[in-house]
Design a protein. Structure first.
Length: 69
């Protein structure tokens, strides 16, 4: 696989929680470190994502926002 994104984290799918149109995919990238991605159900099917399977978390963003009161 070749990709321009520099942040590619190899891991194992911990869970796939499907909603009406979007799934939340949790990928463990190291013991106790989990990245969660929201992707379409169609993408889950196309990538054949299942718990216990290998996957990459590819992060390509200009910013990440977090806020609290």
């Amino acid at each position: 696989m070749k990709i321009s994104a520099r942040n590619v984290l190899k891991g194992t799918v911990v869970s796939v929680e499907k909603g009406a149109t979007t799934s939340h995919v949790k990928i463990e990238i190291s013991p106790g470190q989990v990245v969660t991605a929201s992707i379409t159900n169609a993408a889950v099917e196309s990538l054949k994502l299942v718990a216990g399977g290998p996957a990459y978390a590819v992060i390509k963003a200009s910013d990440v926002m977090v806020a609290v009161d």
